[in-house]
Design a protein around this ligand. Structure first.
Ligand SMILES: [Mn+2]
Length: 358
């Protein structure tokens, strides 16, 4: 088991690579999407019309040279680049929405996957979702007044429809005609992901890349008129069965699985880690489930994180664990403090479990 840190595009700095090493991380997971530019500070989901901001890379795919430049800096700091997390919405909007550029965009993603393989980055995490991560409220609700994320169906309009030109909570076409994204059924969404995987997985296999699916966060049945794909643990198996392959894997988000109404997190973790499907783990904790839950510090939630590590050890899991998100702590470096706390906990817990004290 390896300790990693997830870094957003605007935090790919030498200081942050040093920070990761200092906290004991050996691996990084990198977000290349330039998100979190929404204007409503109260909603972490951003404003209704802007979401997490505008994706402006339509037609500008991530290049091999760009990947290599980032990789060199990561490796110069003694770290390994384990995965890219998430596609840019403007690179696959019509794959998600079944739009006219679907085939062109699939070819674009295949090119990215080949370049990612050539650059020696083993995993691409993705979240096949129309509404994306939406509906969180960010408030000082954590232990000691830490700023954390709350999801509460009573506090939001779950059926607020998505404006045209937006997918995955980002604007990909600011000039889209006025209107709303049509409702999408579960069957329709599963047909779209089938097309995506049938096209993409063979290319990932050839390129030595594993595709890793994140479950739907929040894991409700539908959000903003659009069905959710993996909102129960057993639907991960349905996704794997569409195109069985080592390259068709999972980004196992403990927090999201625990938030689901159905299923047992320990059974699911045991099954998917035993089958070898888990590409990497989002190691975070929550209290509550759909329809109401909040994100908490890693040591205090509903998930027994030591039991999680024991299951991974039993099944010989050799991948990376990252904190995902964590409550922010009251100081001038609130994100870093939250991450350092989570990484320190993880480092200690992994050491203890691997040394068989626990
Ligand atoms: Mn996650």
């Amino acid at each position: 088991m390896n300790l990693g840190l997830g870094l957003y595009r605007d935090s790919l700095t030498e200081d942050n690579f040093r920070f990761a090493r200092q906290a004991g991380a050996t691996h990084v997971i990198v977000h290349l999407v330039d998100y979190f530019k929404g204007t409503n500070p109260r909603l972490s989901s951003g404003s209704e019309l802007e979401g997490w901001g505008t994706a402006t890379n339509q037609g500008k795919l991530w290049s091999y040279e760009e990947l290599i430049d980032i990789k060199k800096v990561i490796e110069a700091h003694g770290l390994k680049w384990e995965a890219i997390e998430n596609f840019d919405p403007s690179h696959w909007s019509d794959i998600l929405l079944d739009g006219p550029k679907k085939k062109e965009q699939i070819e674009g993603l295949k090119g990215i996957i080949r370049d990612v393989g050539k650059a020696g980055i083993p995993i691409i995490g993705y979240n096949f979702s129309i509404a994306g991560v939406w509906g969180w409220i960010k408030e000082p609700i954590g232990r000691g007044g830490a700023v954390s994320l709350l999801f509460d169906e009573q506090k939001i309009d779950m059926n607020q429809r998505i404006p045209n030109g937006m997918v995955w909570n980002m604007v990909y076409d600011p000039a889209a005609p006025k209107g709303r994204v049509p409702n999408i059924s579960s069957n329709e969404l599963w047909e779209r992901v089938r097309y995506f995987l049938e096209e993409i997985v063979p290319v990932a296999e050839e390129s030595g890349v594993r595709m890793a699916a994140h479950p739907d966060d929040p894991p409700v049945d539908s959000l903003r008129g659009t069905a959710r794909l993996v909102n129960q643990p057993h639907k991960y198996q349905r996704l794997l069965d569409l195109v069985p392959s080592y390259s068709n894997g999972l980004e196992f988000c403990l927090g999201t699985i625990q938030e689901m109404r159905e299923g047992d997190i320990y059974e699911s973790l045991d099954k998917y880690s035993r089958q070898g499907n888990i590409c990497y783990v989002h190691f975070r904790n929550v209290k509550g489930k759909v329809p109401r839950y909040k994100e908490v510090f890693v040591d205090e939630g509903d998930i027994d994180m030591i039991r999680v590590l024991r299951i991974l050890k039993k099944n010989n899991y050799r991948g990376v664990l990252i904190p995902d998100h964590t409550p922010e702590m009251s100081c001038s470096a609130s994100w870093h403090a939250g991450m350092a706390f989570a990484l320190g906990y993880m480092k200690g817990a992994i050491q203890a479990v691997q040394m068989a004290y626990l």
